[in-house]
Write a protein that binds this ligand. Sequence first.
Ligand code: NAD
Length: 500
Amino acid sequence: MTQPKTRIDWEHLASRLSPRHQAFIDGRWVDAASGKTFDCLSPIDGRVLAHVAECGSEDIDRAVRAARRAFDKGDWSQARPAARKKVLVRFAELINQHADELALLESLDMGKPISDALNVDVAASVRCMSWTGEAIDKVYGEVAATGPDELGLVTREPLGVVGAIVPWNFPMLMASWKIAPALAMGNSVVLKPSEKSPLSALRLAELAIEAGIPEGVFNVVPGFGRGAGEPLAMHMDVDGLVFTGSTAVGKHLMVCAGMSNMKRAYMECGGKSPNIVFADAPDLEQAARAAAVGIFYNQGEVCTAASRLLVQRSVKDEFVAMVAKFGAEMQPRHPLDPGAPMGAMVDEAQTRRVLDYIAKGQAEGGRVVIGGERLQTVDGGCYIAPTIFDDVAHGHTIAREEIFGPVLSVIGFDDEAEALAIANDSEYGLAAGVFTSDISRAHRVARKLRAGSVWVNYWDGGDMTAPFGGYKQSGNGRDKSLHAFDKYTEVKATWINLAP
Ligand code: NAD
């Protein structure tokens, strides 16, 4: 067993990192065709981590052509499921072996605490890759319920070339949720990581080759949304487009898919998740801790952040005081400090965006209970204090729009019907929570919540065994579990005439 590391250990390791910075196309490291690069900055202190290739449409086209050639060649797409399984399980092992390095890349690149990067992002990516790999040779086709004179076979086939566009809040994990099932089903992949966090994806490409994924099957093209993401979404030879990111971009990509070749398009988008606490919650203190972690974990940069806290009025003041106490204990610290409960915001732009929302919350009449300001540190950096607004009205901007930062809006309610009406009155439907001791109410409310995940008496449960995705404008399709395979396969019906 390795010794737990201190901040000094992590800083020492960080000083020896030399991140990959070129695009990875057809099994080779290449510069962007234009020769352009962009600065990959750390939000911890503004230092340049790498000058990363800024891919454009020519690079995307090169990557898609490589992916298509590899798909048609069949070394991967036609491999036996058991062979692909072996490679993906090896890929998971390699990610695990390089856990420290990958966690550091994640932490330096987007500011999350190193302990979370290691214990959540890397660990969950390993689990995603190995769970999915292990599943490949246990997925069967179907035989249709026919009469004696015909045989109907229902089989899954890979789509072909899959374009994947992912965000910066869980860079490697969101990439893993896409590439694991896409590769498992035999597709070739072109991955565009966020311009704010491209480093871990580039390292993954290298590990994929080492694991045995054939050249051209997995390509990584760093770049910006318009310059690299859009040509991928519009490409006429991409068969499937999978995306995690904001609702606005997700909607735009569905248009791109429709305007080009009607590629299959699956979007996992934003959220404004309600966390409903009834006065009969089994343990109010535990619920308060969950409410605080639910919003402040990962600096609030979580699609399922528990950003709307709905509390029954009879316990509201007492409950908000407890959430404030736990929230105040989660002050951001240097991300390489292993005890940091929160780290840095991803960049200056996101910091300003969150501060604008805080100003709007105050202007519209919300009352700041804790936080509400930027924290200054010796390194500079992008830090915002955990912030709680009480007395928020359901119509306030901070109660309706996704802030994607450590800002909680507290809204009171009197009864179940009111709680449900507020909870469901949102364009989003990603996740929701309910705290109650009444089992009938727990089921009743869970059924009526319009959300892809509902948690009862805790927040953010789940692993690879259950699907994850949104209702309404939080997206379509599902990541994780066997349901994820639906996005990466066409279902074919083959009919055989058995008549003599
Ligand atoms: P974003 O939509 O700004 O960017 C996501 C990705 O899309 C990036 O790679 C970006 O470069 C690319 N992109 C941007 N504009 C594009 C365009 N015009 N064409 C093609 N690609 C384009 O989102 P973000 O700021 O990176 O991430 C935050 C968002 O992601 C939040 O809304 C959050 O809720 C959401 N998210 C959702 C889930 C989920 O599973 N539902 C998980 C994590 C994050």
